[in-house]
Design a protein around this ligand. Structure first.
Ligand SMILES: *Cc1c(COP(=O)(O)O)cnc(C)c1O
Length: 423
């Protein structure tokens, strides 16, 4: 009998099958009670980039726990938070020199939006208080974030009455490798939207190159570069939500690097701690940060989550980044990308009558079906092959841990491909 005490996310508690009883995990595998082992194709909502039970990450938490588990950041500081802030400034695109911590991706995005609005107020542009987002965007589940998720296809239509109204530009349609000409229509659509609403827009926010939870929509670096130029032209801040794309998912450490662009504000979470603890960072350029400097106390940035800069989270994030750099994770990701392309970008899959599109970018691959009904049974099919897949909507996808071996990844792609072939 499944427990009804524990309320699960996005789940119809009356009808959902009993959840898997996880007792541990090692590398890319999840261990279930009863001895079953499942290869995790999604690394726990994309955050466990080093897999489970990584000895260096576990020991970083243990050592920090012996010293200091938590202390407020109000009026106090500590080495793990300072070192992580400095490390993030070193590894992110040039110009992002200031770091504000919080406890989850959604809150990191709330921080980004508040920063943008207060920035506009402090420079006497209080009328620029709305956001410009993209259709198919997903930025989190809190109220502020829901308001900038896709208002139609997103999962938050139910709450429309609660939410502030923002502006939306069409989702870009040109693929990652599109030519500059092929991206022109997407860019023109963004320009048209900005022309109409820039007077009241504080910031344009986007998941650069990969709109993840909104349907694994992959877009071109030309689009990202154009967004930067348009934001400068229309005096609008540019916020990159790299909660999903950050830490290697698109093949570079940050998606912004594909376009050689520095946003004004950038949000990191998910892979930040290697998934071992919840945390987020909102980075800002000097242009943003300096605007808050004043003799006036009232110009201070008005935010401060209880657990911001938690020492355990900062320590494990530092260790995660060290492992990433020392063990050539970008090389590992490139090899995973080779396997994904080889196994999934095949003519038989792409032209299968049930399939709309197959997309691969970095360590991410998605098979978009024409109809969500085609995915009923896909999860059980994968489990029979020892693989944990969690399709949503029309998308069967993998975002594996980067320590997944090529052979393990072939087992994942095999489960995906065989599902298509029996559809
Ligand atoms: C997951 C996600 C969020 C929300 O992060 P939480 O930690 O779940 O609050 C925000 N933006 C993007 C792009 C995400 O993928």
């Amino acid at each position: 009998m499944p427990s009804h005490t524990l309320w699960h996310p996005y789940a119809q508690m009356q009808t959902q099958p009993p959840p898997l009883d996880v007792v541990g995990g090692q590398g890319a595998f999840i261990d279930l009670a009863g001895g079953e082992r499942l290869l995790d194709a999604t690394c726990s909502w994309w955050c466990m980039i080093h897999g489970y039970g990584h000895p260096r990450l576990v020991s970083a938490i243990q050592q920090q726990a012996d010293t200091l588990c938590h202390v407020m950041l109000g009026g106090m500081s500590h080495a793990p938070a300072v070192e992580l802030a400095e490390t993030l400034v070193r590894i992110t695109p040039p110009g992002l020199d200031h770091v504000f911590f919080s406890d989850s991706g959604s809150v990191g995005m709330e921080v980004a939006m508040k920063m943008a609005v207060q920035y506009q107020v402090l420079r006497d542009r209080p009328e620029k208080h709305r956001m410009l987002s993209l259709m198919r965007a997903y930025h989190g589940d809190t109220s502020g974030c829901m308001a900038v998720c896709d208002p139609e296809e997103g999962m938050h239509a139910l709450f429309a009455g609660l939410l502030p109204r923002h502006h939306f530009a069409p989702a870009p349609t040109a693929p990652f490798d599109a030519s500059a000409e092929d991206v022109e229509a997407d860019i023109a659509a963004l320009r048209t939207t900005l022309e109409a609403c820039h007077h009241e827009v504080a910031a344009l926010l986007m998941e650069p190159l990969l709109q993840a939870a909104g349907g694994l929509n992959m877009t071109s670096p030309h689009y990202v570069r154009a967004a930067r130029e348009l934001c400068d032209e229309f005096d609008v801040l540019l916020i990159f939500d790299e909660v999903a794309t950050g830490f290697g998912r698109t093949g570079k450490l940050f998606a912004a690097e594909h376009a050689d662009v520095t946003p004004d504000i950038m949000v990191l979470s998910k892979g930040l701690t290697g998934g071992y603890l919840g945390h987020a960072a909102t980075l800002a350029t000097a242009r943003v940060y300096d605007t808050f400097l004043s003799d006036d106390e009232g110009h201070a940035f008005m935010h401060g989550p209880t657990f911001m800069g938690n020492p355990l989270a900062c320590r494990v994030a530092l260790e995660s980044i060290a492992v990433f750099e020392e063990e050539d994770y970008l090389g590992k990701i490139a090899r995973l990308n080779d396997v994904l392309r080889e196994e999934l970008l095949t003519d038989t899959l792409r032209h299968h009558p049930a399939v709309n599109d197959v997309r691969v970018l970095g360590a991410c691959a998605a098979i978009e079906f024409k109809d969500a009904a085609s995915l009923a049974g896909a999860q059980a099919h994968a489990r029979r092959q020892g693989v944990w897949l969690r399709p949503f909507g029309r998308w069967l996808y993998t975002m594996p841990a980067y320590i997944t071996t090529p052979d393990e990844l072939r087992r994942i792609t095999g489960a995906m491909a065989s599902w298509v072939h029996q559809s």
